[in-house]
Structures are given as C-alpha cells and as structure tokens.
Design a protein around this ligand. Structure first.
Ligand code: AMP
Ligand code: MN
Ligand code: MN
Ligand code: MN
Length: 277
C-alpha cells in the first residue's frame, strides 16, 4: 500500500472541531496511513488518538505545534515524533497554557471595550480542558453575529493591528526547537509563507532555525498552490532542510482543506518522514 502522510492536524485538544478519535477515524477514512496530531502547544489529545489509531492500523506520529517567538514575531514549530512525557516539553506546555489563558483575558477585555461581552466565559466553555486559541474567539464572534465569518473575525478584531489583538511572548524559538529535538523529535517550521517575510528575513529565519537544530520546513500544506510549493521547496534545498507535508486540518466544515489530500512533495526535497524513527 502506498503510504499517505498528513503531518499537521488539530483536534479538540486545541482549536480542531473533531475529538482525537473522530480525527483519526476521518483520516483513516480519507486513506491517510501516517497521521501526526499536532495541537497548538499541547499533547493532551495524543493518548486518545493513539488508542484509536492502533485499532484501525493507522500509524500515529506524536506531534505538537509550538507557538514560538523569534525577533519579536510569532512562528509555529511543529514537532514530529516527540516524547510527550519529556519533562521540559510537558512543563513548556503547562506554561503556554497559562500564557494562553492570560492572553484570553486580555482579548476579552479588549472586546468589552468594543461593547462585546461574554467572550471569556464562552471561549473557556468551548475550549474545555484544551488550549484557548483565537479560533475560539472567532467562533464566539460568529455565533453572536458580530462578524459574518471566522475570517471576518480575524480581519475585524483578532488579527495583528486589530482592536482585540494582544501581543504575546511565546516560547523562545531556540528553546522550542531544543525541547522537540531533546525529546527525540524532528523540528519543522510550519507554513513558511504565512509569516509575510521578505526574502532576506526568510533567509535569516531559516539560518537561525537550522542553527537551533531545526531539520525541516513544511513544503506542502493544504493551502499552497504549485507555485508556492516550488518556492518553499527552493528554500528547503538551499538551506538543506527536509520537507514536510501536512493539511493543517481543523474542521470538516472547511471544504478547502481535507485530511490527506495533499500535493506530492517535489522530488528534489528530502521527505521529513525519512528522519522519523
Ligand atoms: P492562536 O491562538 O493565535 O495560536 O491562533 C490559533 C489559530 O487561529 C491558528 O492556528 C489559525 O487556525 C487561526 N488564525 C490565526 N491567524 C489567522 C488569520 N489571520 N486568519 C484566519 N485564521 C487565523
Ligand atoms: Mn489553529
Ligand atoms: Mn500554525
Ligand atoms: Mn496548525
């Protein structure tokens, strides 16, 4: 059987709509043979996902998507093949959960200044034991008819420069990469075109990331077109980084991104799964 990899996905442990079990079942149904669950700053969904993956014969790769700060900007570092029990990683996750809670309180206060009330209780309820993300705020704003769509919520309130944006200090990128590597995993820079960097800054970022011990970048995501894939493949080969492929699946409602429905990794890029053991 040809393996089908999807190495970036979310569950209800962060801002995904499906429980870990439902996510694994859906991935299996879409033909995915190797799935990484990579929730924002948490590994809490992995145990349940593994139980389901084992019964279906799907290979689950333990993952996380760490929010990391570098040069005062936020970057997402996916860890693949990590050990969730590695104490510094578990500790980091606890700290990031606190960071996210404090940020949620500030976002809610900023929304109150815009006469939007009840956000904090709503996002706490929706997130449950999971990580509170801006996606939860976006869902709340849609549900209360303050905005017309999830994207509209970011464009009007939640994105950088908008009234409810809260600048946040995340995990230091060097530390984040180290936790992943020290726990036995491979560090992957997620969605490199999302950060709106100039060519010079991309070069600086990739040099720094590689210097910290980063080994791969996401060359194929659910959002990239062939031209974008070629651009990122070019970054990978120039910097001798492996390439990853992941849908960044969050919800079945978004018809654009489905689990496992990814373009092939270009031939000149080393697949990140060759680095996983
Ligand atoms: P955060 O809580 O800041 O980590 O944001 C969590 C999620 O919000 C991201 O994983 C995306 O799913 C979503 N998101 C962030 N920025 C945007 C944006 N500008 N437009 C739409 N969705 C976004
Ligand atoms: Mn997300
Ligand atoms: Mn991300
Ligand atoms: Mn993601």
């Amino acid at each position: 059987m040809t393996p089908i990899y999807d190495l970036h996905s979310h569950s209800t442990a962060s801002d995904g709509a499906l429980s870990p079990t439902e996510l694994v079942q859906r991935a299996h149904g879409q033909g995915v043979t190797h799935l990484a669950l990579t929730d924002h700053d948490t590994t809490a969904g992995l145990a349940e996902a593994r139980q389901c993956a084992d019964t279906l014969g799907l290979q689950l790769i333990s993952g996380i998507e760490l929010s990391a700060s570098w040069e005062k900007k936020c970057f997402h570092i996916v860890g693949l093949g990590i050990d969730p029990a590695y104490p510094p990683l578990a500790e980091a996750s606890k700290n990031l959960q606190n960071t996210r809670m404090q940020r949620a309180e500030i976002i809610a206060e900023k929304l109150e200044k815009k006469r939007i009330f009840g956000a904090l209780d709503a996002v706490k309820l929706a997130a449950g034991d999971g990580m509170i993300t801006r996606s939860h705020f976006a869902n709340f704003l849609v549900s209360q008819n303050h905005v017309s769509s999830h994207q509209d919520a970011f464009d009007k309130y939640l994105a950088k420069g908008k009234p409810a944006y809260c600048a946040t200090e995340w995990a230091d990128m060097e530390l984040a990469v180290n936790w992943i590597v020290q726990s036995g995993g491979v560090a992957v820079l997620a969605h490199p075109l999302r950060y709106q960097l100039t060519a010079t800054w991309i070069r600086k970022l990739l040099n720094a990331f590689k210097g910290f011990g980063g080994a791969a970048i996401e060359v194929v995501t659910g959002h990239y077109n062939p031209d974008e894939i070629r651009r990122v493949a070019d970054f990978a080969t120039r910097h001798q980084l492996a390439g990853s492929a992941g849908s960044d699946f969050h919800t079945p409602n978004n018809q654009w991104v489905e689990l496992g429905k990814l373009a092939a990794l270009p031939n000149n890029v080393q697949p990140v799964w060759e680095l996983l053991h």
